[in-house]
Design a protein around this ligand. Structure first.
Ligand SMILES: CSC[C@H]1O[C@H](OP(=O)(O)O)[C@H](O)[C@@H]1O
Length: 376
């Protein structure tokens, strides 16, 4: 079973073997790396060889499934204890995306009540792959219909902008925000979506490296812009009608943690009268949080900003591109490197999920996602 999206397979699971595309070397090298156990899964997440809220949860879960495939246990209780211990360890990899913690909670509960813990765990981890692809297909459909319906009268084809990477490389396939872009572009009859702008998304460059890769694979007309160019772009092109982003954690009032730079995109969208749409599976919504104030924001190493990674061809005749890190800022430069920021619900037009499109209630500035999910 693999995470399907056209020709792109970011997560490949063939029980009991897990391999992932190493996203640190994309797009210049398609390198699959084996993930034989939870330690390798933890490392892949921390180093961002794999990333994206849904993908983090799935790779974590399947890394332990791979480890269980190579172990035997004297008793079911021993298996339960081992699985709980490894899930707790995997949950220490990255703190902001809630999908990982949601999966850990559900998998621990499943195992606690199972008389065949190892087998039931692997079945449940595999189901996460299938569920995510189904969720993303529904998010794409729901979001595309929502954007299409909100086109200004007389405007047949529109443009959108997206941030970071929220496609097949961030999920089990199709994607969330980029899934909406894919679904919107697939609409026939004069095509609703004319063009996609996407941001480079410094410092990891999820946009310049990963979203560019996915959009080119799909043949979707697109243009890369600097993170700092979005306000000027919105001012220059009134056919850009929506900014569509993913989410790492959505609080019950709609406040949303997402890749750093999302908050300022929401501000400029408001200023320019452009819809700001968050795409997320329900597994990204943390109903235990009243608001975004409580969301833990991961801070990463300063070197991700003061240095940058590029790819140079080998000097001696070989064609292979080699990833190299170069110093940009003077050595010793201090940098602030939060990996996410929180966008307040008042700046968000809608939260698009597989269960439906959720909007703010009776003109108030917040959502009631608990009620929306319950009533979906
Ligand atoms: C559907 S991916 C959600 C989310 O994850 C990304 O963060 P990272 O690349 O650091 O894992 C980004 O915030 C996406 O919007």
């Amino acid at each position: 079973m693999s995470a399907q999206n056209s020709r792109l397979q970011a997560i490949v699971w063939t029980r009991p073997t897990l391999t992932i595309l190493n996203q640190l070397v994309l797009p210049h090298s398609s390198e699959y790396i084996p993930i034989p156990d939870s330690a390798a899964g933890h490392h892949a997440i921390v180093t961002m060889q794999t990333r994206g809220a849904p993908a983090i949860a799935i790779v974590a879960a399947l890394s332990l499934a791979a480890e269980l495939g190579a172990r035997t246990f004297a008793t079911n209780a021993e298996a339960q204890s081992f699985i709980h211990e490894k899930l707790d360890y995997l949950s220490t990899s990255r703190p902001t995306a809630v999908n990982l913690f949601d999966a850990v909670t559900k998998l621990k509960a499943l195992v606690s009540g199972s008389e065949n813990a190892a087998e039931d765990y692997v079945d449940a981890a595999e189901q996460m792959l299938r569920d995510d692809i189904a969720d993303n297909t529904a998010i794409g459909k729901n979001g595309a219909a929502f954007i299409e319906a909100r086109r200004p009268t007389g405007m047949q084809a529109i443009k959108v902008l997206t941030h970071c990477n929220t496609g097949a490389l961030a999920t089990a396939g199709h994607g969330t925000a980029l899934g909406i872009v894919r679904s919107l572009y697939q609409k026939p009859a004069g095509r609703v979506l004319e063009h996609v702008y996407f941001t480079e998304t410094r410092p990891y460059n999820q946009g310049a490296r990963l979203t560019a890769y996915e959009l080119q694979e799909e043949g979707i007309p697109s243009t890369l812009v600097c993170d700092s160019a979005v306000s000027a772009l919105l001012r220059s092109d009134p056919t850009i009608r929506a900014i569509v982003v993913g989410a790492d954690r959505v609080a019950r009032n709609g406040d949303t943690a997402n890749k750093i730079g999302t908050y300022q995109l929401a501000i400029t969208a408001k200023f320019h009268g452009v819809d700001f749409i968050v795409a997320a599976p329900v597994t990204s919504i943390d109903l235990a949080l009243e608001s975004g104030k409580e969301i833990v924001i991961e801070e990463r190493a300063m070197q991700e900003i003061t240095q940058t990674a590029g790819f140079a061809s080998e000097s001696i005749g070989e064609s292979e591109l080699v990833r190299q890190t170069v110093q940009v800022a003077p050595v010793g430069t201090r940098a602030w490197n939060p990996s996410f920021d929180v966008t307040p619900a008042e700046l968000i037009t809608a939260v698009v999920t597989e269960k439906g499109v959720f909007e703010k209630k009776n003109g108030r500035g917040v959502f009631d996602l608990a009620a929306d999910i319950a009533n979906a």
